[in-house]
Ligand binder design. Structure first.
Ligand code: ATP
Length: 916
């Protein structure tokens, strides 16, 4: 409120204790904010920005380093460890106590570091999702980041936009806004410009558009009356909602599992303690330390930290490849996607539209020229032609030029357009035909218009010339425009419409992969100043059609191929005509030549549709409602669906899809809000890249689990086995604590940094129903634990047998255990592929680095006198190292053999899927 009052004073408005912009007229509001209908001057906007700050809600302040560090101790496991440390201290076992405290400390440190990293990753993503606003400044329309809006700015709103600040509406066109964020009411409300009573409640202030609400229909213009914390949403929540906490179903599953595991391990440790004391008559204090060592070894303390960092790093990698994840669970769904449904225009194609054909009732012109440059000519049957010979075409070019909201600009030597590329393509066409754009706009100014919407597939404009004539121009999809026409432009005069001719031309042009637009016009009474839908129902004269090429993106062609190899089916859902859609799909390698149209889809019941989506990959003339039915049908068939969308009406389909993908460039805010992922570059190839990264993240999560659980299990199993067999402990509790501490900061972290495996896009999608903690993992835990027991206990007994001291035997056992883990880490670098080969051993810097550190620490552990004193170790002979290495090789070989078996099984699964 304070800020608002400050603004009012600054701009000469009377001081108000209440926010009552809704009770003032639009003109009064603009005047009191010292603005104009054409917006602020850019200099003034800059001045206000400097003086009053940015249109931002403050970000929740972060806890300090110390507080975050202390938070890491808030965990039952840590309490237990600290309890154990206290008891060891009371018993004067200072080394054990020191190591336990170090374990706790190091885990907390890793926790803080990973939290910071994860937060930074999410912050970067949040910045990439920042909002833009269209404003008028100095009479010019421009896009600015929403945080640069200032009070007095004139903002333009269109359907799908998120309102960027609190606005007093100045002009509206059928504006409907969904204000659920503010009022909780999900039904969109109709807006107007008339002032309302000062006492009107928020939800009924029809002349206001509030920050954070969504425009679901229509267009409007409004003046900014409040920004940042002074907005209504700022009053409710003064903090920005983040991208979300780092949590996914898998992580939740792991946390739950972790709790169960901890209980089980503590029970097991208790049982082992009891067994040792009562059955084998061990000293109870020795058994207490053994039980503590066992619990610390078996509980995977570091796992949650590793998983979170893996997720954060993966999400960051995805953002670098233009796929911005808004909701983290989507990362997992991405790895399981079996079908990607993509829009055509701009996602699979370049969205660089060039008119290549002009079809009139009497002639077909081929148009030359490249891109949006207004240079080129026209030819009929290969012979150049001059438009003075074809006066009947003039209105067609004029309609294209005037029924148009795009602008053509030249900059840095090349021509580009601002606005819709389909419309943009019509401007150079008119210029090539010799029209003067400025002159045409001056002679036939626009009085009103109906904007293009995918739902009605046409755009219409009303124009008045200066000599008492009025016209409506319309352009749009062929079916729509033909339905409005009863005659066509002939060489001399207008004649009856020849429908079969136009349908044949449509089919031929569409088959070339060109998007076809029809253009028409009609004269109306000069006193008509408004354009309504009833005005475009009939009575038009068809001027002709244009064929617009929009070539497929090269990278989309290869991405479609990659998806196929990865067992993912690509479907194209487009608003374009079936002929055009089929031709483009063929160029992209999508589908089998079959296409279904929206009308055909409407005629199907749900069961028929379920069957149809099994056979057909191309859906033409479809609207957002069709997308929703399609995704539902595919999901009913068991598919995991990623679906792209950009319009406000795509939101339900995006929400319904397993992974909703919105376009960052041409997508509306409504679509982005509904989506799990936003593509910064609107490119299909980025979806394929995101799937690849999604699979990689899932792999890395799995790799870390597959590494950490079995090695923890193995370490614990050595102690349990020794106690069960009534042996002297082959590894002392303090030694096991050391191993645990060393591997937690090195080997266990390494896999979070792995890049994609070579074959990641050559295998079947992850089965979403398969639990992560499956039989395979259980089996792996048993296998690795058995190998570790073999190494730990086996070496210990062997060394004792050949006359080594207890200290030497234990040192060899510990080193064997660590070596087994090092080699097993190489196994885990590739979950599926073979890990044999030099590349596999050297490629990953984090893995190599972590191994170097572990080896150095183990050498210290073995040879440094202080360490020998602290941990009861002893120097070992060099031959023992060879044996230890050999054991590492044995672990590696055994796990590789197991993996080979798994690969054979997976190949079988893929071939079964492709036969189905
Ligand atoms: P996709 O779904 O593949 O991205 P799209 O969204 O571009 O396709 P729409 O924009 O719904 O499809 O276009 C459908 C049809 O409407 C087009 O085939 C074209 O005939 C017509 N059309 C497209 N843009 C305009 C426009 N700006 N003005 C008039 N008609 C248009």
């Amino acid at each position: 409120m304070l800020k608002y009052r400050k603004n009012s004073v600054e701009y000469g408005a009377p001081i108000m204790t209440n926010n009552d912009w809704h009770a003032r007229s639009a003109a009064e509001t603009i005047a009191s904010l010292s603005s104009t209908h054409t917006g602020l001057e850019p200099d003034e906007a800059t001045r206000r920005l400097e003086r009053f700050g940015h249109n931002r809600l403050p970000v929740a302040s972060r806890d300090g380093w110390l507080r975050r560090f202390s938070r890491q101790f808030h965990n039952v496991l840590i309490y237990l460890l600290l309890g154990a440390a206290t008891i060891t201290a009371l018993l004067d076992h200072w080394v054990d106590c020191g190591v336990i405290v170090s374990v706790v400390f190091i885990n907390a440190l890793i926790g803080v570091i990973q939290e910071g990293r994860a937060e930074r990753a999410l912050d970067a993503i949040r910045n990439m999702l920042s909002l833009n606003a269209t404003v008028l400044r100095g009479g010019r329309r421009q896009e600015v980041p929403a945080h640069q809006l200032v009070t007095g700015d004139i903002v333009l709103l269109a359907s799908g936009d998120k309102v960027p600040a609190d606005l007093r509406l100045v002009e509206v066109r059928q504006l409907r806004i969904e204000e659920a964020t503010l009022t909780g009411e999900s039904e969109p409300v109709e807006k107007g410009v008339a002032a309302v009573d000062p006492q009107t409640v928020l939800g009924e202030r029809a002349c206001m558009a509030y920050s954070g609400t969504l425009v679901v229909y229509g267009q409007a213009r409004g003046v900014v009356v409040a920004i940042g914390t002074a907005t209504e949403i700022g009053h409710i929540s003064s903090l920005i909602a983040g991208v979300g906490v780092l949590e996914t179903p898998l992580l939740r599953q792991m946390t739950h599992f972790g709790k169960q595991l901890t209980t089980t391990i503590l029970l097991l440790a208790g049982l082992t303690f009891a067994f040792g004391v009562w059955v084998h008559g061990y000293n109870w204090s020795d058994m207490f330390f053994a039980a503590v060592g066992l619990a610390v070894a078996a509980i995977p303390e570091g796992l949650p930290a590793v998983l979170t960092i893996t997720l954060a790093l993966g999400v960051q990698r995805m953002a670098k490849r233009s796929a911005i994840v808004r909701r983290l669970p989507a990362v997992e769904s991405l790895g399981a996607v079996t079908t990607i449904c993509s829009d055509k225009t701009g996602t699979l194609t370049k969205n660089e539209m060039t008119v290549q054909r002009v079809i009139t009732a009497s002639s077909i012109f081929e148009v030359s020229g490249i891109g949006y440059a207004p240079h080129g000519g026209f030819a009929i049957d290969g012979k150049e032609t001059d438009f003075t010979e074809h006066p009947d075409t003039l209105d067609l070019f004029r309609a294209g030029l005037l029924c148009n909201d795009a602008a053509l600009n030249e900059g840095e030597g090349h021509w580009h357009i601002a606005g819709d590329p389909t419309e943009g393509a019509l401007i150079p066409l008119a210029l090539k035909a010799g029209l003067d754009a400025a002159l045409e706009h001056e002679e036939l100014p626009r009085t009103d218009h109906i904007p293009f919407e995918s739902e009605h597939r046409f755009m219409a404009t009303l124009h008045h010339d200066h000599s008492g004539h009025a016209f409506i121009f319309v352009k749009g999809a062929v079916e729509q425009v033909l339905a409005m026409c009863n005659q066509q432009r002939g060489s001399g005069e207008d004649v009856t419409l020849d429908l079969p001719y136009w349908h044949a031309q449509m089919a031929e042009t569409g088959a070339r992969g060109q998007r076809v637009l029809a253009l028409a016009m009609k004269s109306v009474e000069v006193d008509q100043r408004e354009l309504r839908f009833a005005d475009v129902e009939g009575g038009f004269t068809l001027l002709g059609m244009v064929g617009i090429s929009d070539p497929p993106r090269e990278e989309a062609i290869s991405a479609v191929r990659d998806c196929k190899a990865a067992g993912i089916r690509v479907k194209m859902i487009t608003g374009d005509h079936a002929d055009t859609a089929r031709a483009i799909a063929a160029q992209l390698g999508i589908g089998n030549g079959l296409a279904l149209t929206g009308v055909e889809l409407d005629a199907m019941d749900d069961e028929a549709l379920r069957q149809a989506v099994r056979d057909v990959d191309v859906f033409a003339r479809s609207s957002p409602e069709h997308k929703l039915r399609l995704v539902t049908a595919m999901q009913a068939n068991g598919e995991v669906v990623a679906m792209t969308g950009d319009g406000v009406n795509d939101a339900p389909a995006l929400k319904r899809a397993d992974v909703g993908v919105a376009m960052g460039g041409k997508g509306t805010e409504a679509a982005k809000e509904a989506a799990e992922m936003v593509l910064a570059d609107d490119n299909f190839a980025s979806i394929a890249a995101a799937v690849e990264e999604g699979r990689t993240i899932y792999d890395n999560l799995k790799k870390s689990i597959v590494f950490i659980l079995p090695t923890s299990g193995g370490e614990a199993a050595v102690i349990v086995a020794a106690i069960l067999m009534g042996l002297t402990l082959p590894i002392t509790p303090v030694q096991i604590l050391w191993v645990n501490m060393v591997t937690a900061i090195t080997l266990s972290l390494a896999l979070a940094f792995e890049s994609s495996e070579r074959g990641v896009m050559c295998r079947a999608p992850q089965d979403p129903r398969a639990p992560l903690l499956d039989h395979f993992l259980l089996w792996r835990i048993v296998l690795v634990s058995a190998l570790m027991v073999l190494g730990g206990v086996g070496f210990f007994l062997w060394e004792l047998g050949r006359g080594a001291s207890l200290e030497e035997a234990r040192t060899v056992a510990v080193n064997a255990l660590v070596m087994g883990e090092i080699f097993y880490l190489f196994n885990c670098r590739h979950l599926f592929e073979s890990s044999f080969g030099v590349i596999s051993f050297t490629q990953s810097r984090p893995v190599v680095l972590s191994i170097v550190i572990v080896v150095l620490l183990q050498l210290l552990f073995t040879y440094a006198p202080l360490m020998q004193h602290l941990f009861g170790t002893a120097a070992i002979e060099s031959a023992a190292w060879w044996r230890i290495l050999l054991f590492g090789g044995l672990v590696f070989g055994a796990v590789e053999m197991e993996k080979a078996g798994m690969r054979r099984w997976d190949r079988h699964r893929i071939s079964r899927r492709s036969h189905n």
